[in-house]
Design a protein around this ligand. Structure first.
Ligand code: TXA
Ligand code: MG
Length: 339
């Protein structure tokens, strides 16, 4: 058991020192907090898997300081990918390329590819700059839990398991990066995120097979997708369709009678429809950016408040809504109700 320190941005040098000595440090990115280690040091990277309880066949994203760095780690970069880097980096887009031998096997979980991105967060960029090495970093949650969007989320999951958390306040996007496989033609969307499918399609053809969970086979393209559930302790019910309030009220009241604490995640303007249930406000109606920023916090709040059954109103499956619905479907783990 180690003492987990919370470092402020003034203590960045301490985070650098820990990373240089082969330790793991949680740090903010523009999407969610990452649990970083020197990507070129297998022993340091092994500590990430251990702290998170992450299965060894789920590869990590490598975070780089600049575009020049990626040539050391990747090969066969298709021409079209340069346009995406130009437009979206630094930012919430992870590109998967063939890797070079510079990337230790443990980072890529034995695959011959590597996912790489330049994060758009001043503290993350300063860390990368000062250490001079790339950081392998998954989201800094315990495996299976919602990703952390605040330093206190990391603390509640990893206290006693990691030496330090660099606190940069709440993250700006709230959902993990978009993951795009650039080793196939056309490129294939593996995980929707802040850079939307619509934006990517502005640059050329992109394959996307709808809900990624439903197309999982024995050999998933993005190994992580079969593990991540983004799930709180509360049972999440995703409710879709026109007459959601009536349906949620009826089902919720049944749960209350059975002795369960019921929560509803809904827009601020609709919360009066759910009188007695515990309300988790998604923010002002239709503001998907704000909802994305708060989504994981709300899932964690539901647990803090002791909610056992959580009903969530679905949103439209396009633009940022595609990433939100992808995470909600997983949190709901097939408890999807159509009205
Ligand atoms: O926004 C983010 O992407 C955050 C921040 C910290 O950068 N990181 C993150 O990492 O969400 P993680 O490990 O929680 O999710 C990475 C996802 C997993 O689903 C993983 O399987 C997939 O990306 N992935 C990583 N490398 C891959 C590769 N070489 N091929 C296919 N999928 C890959
Ligand atoms: Mg994750």
């Amino acid at each position: 058991m180690v003492i987990t320190r919370i470092l402020t941005s003034n203590e960045l040098d301490e985070a650098v020192r820990l990373l240089e000595s082969g330790e793991v440090v949680a740090f903010p990115t523009e999407t969610v907090y990452g649990l970083g280690a020197n990507a070129l040091n297998s022993k340091a990277v092994a500590k990430i898997f251990e702290a998170k309880g992450r299965p060894g066949d789920n590869p990590l994203i490598v975070h780089c300081a600049n575009q020049n760095q990626i040539f050391e780690f990747t090969r066969e970069i298709p021409q079209e990918a340069f346009k995406l880097m130009e437009r979206f980096w630094p930012g919430p887009l992870t590109l998967v390329f063939k890797r070079t031998d510079r990337i230790p096997k443990i980072v890529s979980a034995g695959l011959d590819t590597v996912g790489i991105r330049i994060p758009d967060h001043p503290l993350a960029l300063r860390l990368l700059d000062k250490t001079g090495f790339p950081l392998a970093a998954p989201s800094a949650n315990l495996s299976g839990k919602p990703s952390p969007t605040r330093a206190e989320h990391v603390y509640s999951d990893l206290d006693g398991k990691i030496p330090a958390i660099l606190d940069g306040g709440p993250t700006g996007w709230g959902l993990e990066s978009t993951v795009l496989d650039c080793t196939v033609s056309p490129f294939r969307l593996l995980r929707p995120g802040g850079v939307t499918l619509e934006e990517l399609r502005g640059f050329g053809k992109i394959q996307f097979a709808g809900d990624i969970l439903e197309e999982m086979t024995d050999a998933p393209r993005s190994p992580g997708m079969k593990y991540e559930h983004y799930a709180p302790e509360a049972k999440v019910h995703l409710v879709l369709g026109e007459n959601t309030p009536a349906k949620i009220k009826k089902l919720g009241e049944d749960y209350v009678r059975a002795g369960n604490k019921v929560g509803v995640m809904t827009w601020e303007e609709r919360k009066h429809l759910y009188g007695d249930f515990t309300i988790l406000s998604m923010g002002s109606m239709g503001d998907l950016n704000r909802f994305a920023v708060n989504l994981y916090h709300l899932l964690r709040e539901a647990d803090r408040l002791g909610v056992q059954q959580l009903f969530v109103e679905g949103v439209k499956d396009d633009h940022l809504g595609l990433a939100i619905m992808n995470r909600l479907r997983k949190a709901a783990n097939n408890r999807i109700i159509k009205t």
